[in-house]
Each structure stands twice: as structure tokens, then as C-alpha cells.
Design a protein around this ligand. Sequence first.
Ligand code: TYM
Length: 332
Amino acid sequence: MQRVFSGIQPSGIPTLGNYLGAMRNWVALQHDHECIYCVVDLHAITQWQDPAQLAAQTREMAASLLACGIDPQRHILFAQSTVPAHARLAWIFNCVARLGWLNRMTQFKDKAGKDREAASTGLYVYPNLMAADIHAYHATRVPVGDDQRQHLELANDIGQKFNHDYGVEFFPLIEPVIMGIAARVMSLRDGSKKMSKSDPSDQSRINLTDDADTIALKVRRAKTDAEPLPGEPAGLEGRPEARNLVGIYAALSDTDLAGVLADFGGKGFVSFKDALSELLVAKLSPIASETRRWLADPGSVDAVLREGAGKAAALAGPIVSEAERLVGFLKI
Ligand code: TYM
């Protein structure tokens, strides 16, 4: 059985983008994979986080994942900082990855913005830690949204360079698992920007905890154009906002763009948006109420994370110890 690893930052409330691009695929992969899922708090502090809020959001993210259907009995759910193997291997990878490779990372450029000198060094080496997360488990399949593709290519470059430098076949190749029509969900306010939990505008995203009225309002206000919906997917060309909303509808109703347009082609956005809100509420409100149920008993979430950390450490500890031995660290 192939081993799956993926992670999500506790840097805000999970969005519809996280759900469609990652979380629901994580749930689906549990049927025929051994899955390890991680709330990546080490990654979150590459940009300053309020400490009390970080701790709360780590627990909330775990609750959301449980609410989506992650099964902590058969699989592993834990917080990154509780398993030291990640940071140990990340240091080795800091010494394997090349500056030139990191300089090409588009996400660093986006996140650092104009004032690159003021970005943390952690933000710069962020992809090395991501590579360590995956390779610490010898995981081979990594379900992510489209925005993580470049980081996974780098993780393969790092694994292969380690193997080459130390003359071993130790780290396997990783296969990105980028699933479905909604691998890149865009902002509701700007069809050229991805929907993000850290966007300053709450109107740009659907949060998994939004109630029915909030969802309806955000969808009603979502940017569109003046034309009715086209009858065929080709008609969405050059209409990023329309493409995004139709893609969301298609993903949530398990169909494709053509299927949605067969029903809504020729209609205006008002009726389509009503239908989309209804579908969003039907799919997301059970997750929101299940999240609240977990959070009503924070101790139960912490217990899941504690048990997950034990299981994760038992897998990653020996792999990372072996990597350290291969590098030449004295094992006494
Ligand atoms: P993060 O926390 O930004 O996002 C978590 C997952 O959600 C996906 N995603 C999206 N998918 C579609 N449309 C969107 N608008 C959208 N926004 C986010 C992301 O692609 C991701 O799969 N670096 C990672 C976390 C990470 C990780 C790892 C992932 C740390 N270590 C190891 C895989 C393997 C991140 O910041 O995800």
C-alpha cells in the first residue's frame, strides 16, 4: 500500500479552496492508502503568528480535518511541531538544496512581496521543510492543490540530490496527486488570484465555518461579468470569474464544466448564484457543525493529535536517524 503525506498550515480558517484542492481528496485517499496528515505549525511561523491564535488555529484545523472525514483510528493526524524528525531532516535538506533552486520558487516571491529583505529566512527555506515532511516518512504520494506543484518538484530534486551526494537509493520519488476540476479555486473578488485563508478580504473566500447567510451574501457579491453563462466550456475562455464559479459548482456536484453548463448555459448569474449558494450550504454546513462538535470538547481533539504524534514519530524517527547516519553523524 502506498504511503500518502500531506500538510496544511494553521494560518487561518480553512477555505473552500483548501477543501476542494486538498482536504476532500485527503479523505478519499484513505480508502486505499496509508495516510499521514499534518497541521504544519512550523511552516505557519515563517510569517508572524499571534502565539495564542496559532495554538487555537492548530486545534481548529485538526477539528476541521476530523469533521471532513479524516479517520485518526486507521490513519495519522498530528501537529508538525510535536514530531522533531521534521526539523532534524529539514536542517540536512537546508544543506542539500541549492540557493539557485530556492531562488526560483514563485511562492516565496509572492509571499515576500516587494520588501524581500524583510522576509524571514524561514520563509525562504520553507520548501526544504516541506521536502523533509514528506521524505521523513518515505511517502510517495502527496495530494495537494495546483499551487504546491513547484514545491513538490523541488522535494524530488532534494531527495535525488541527497541520494546522489551520499551514493544511496534512500529517498523515493514523490508523485504529486493533484485531483479534480477545482485544483485551483480562485478568489471570489479577483479571478486571477487564488482563494487564500490569508487574504485580507474575507469577502474573497468561503470559509468552511461560514453560515448559510454569509455564504449566500459572499456568492451574491462574487465578481462576475455581464454575459449569461455559455452553453459549452470553451465559452468560459477569458472569463476567469465565471470559470471559477462553474468549476466550484462542478466539483461540489461531482460533475464537469460541460455538465454544469448543460443545466445553466444561457441563464444569467442571478439564478446560477442562488443554485451555487444552496449547493455550498448543503455540502459545507455538515462540516461546520461537525467542526463545532469537536471543538466543544477541545480535549478530544488534543487527544487525537497526541496519539497521532506518537504514531508519526514511530515512523519518521528511524528514517531520519538513518538519514543522519548516512550523512556521517555519529550514532552512539
Ligand atoms: P496551505 O496551507 O496553503 O494549503 C493546504 C492545501 O490546500 C491547497 N489549496 C488550494 N487548492 C485549490 N485552490 C486553492 N485556492 C487552494 N488554496 C490552498 C494547497 O495546495 C494545499 O494542498 N506548503 C503547504 C503545506 C505543506 C505541505 C507539506 C503540503 C507543508 N508541508 C508537505 C504537502 C506536503 C501549504 O502551505 O498549504
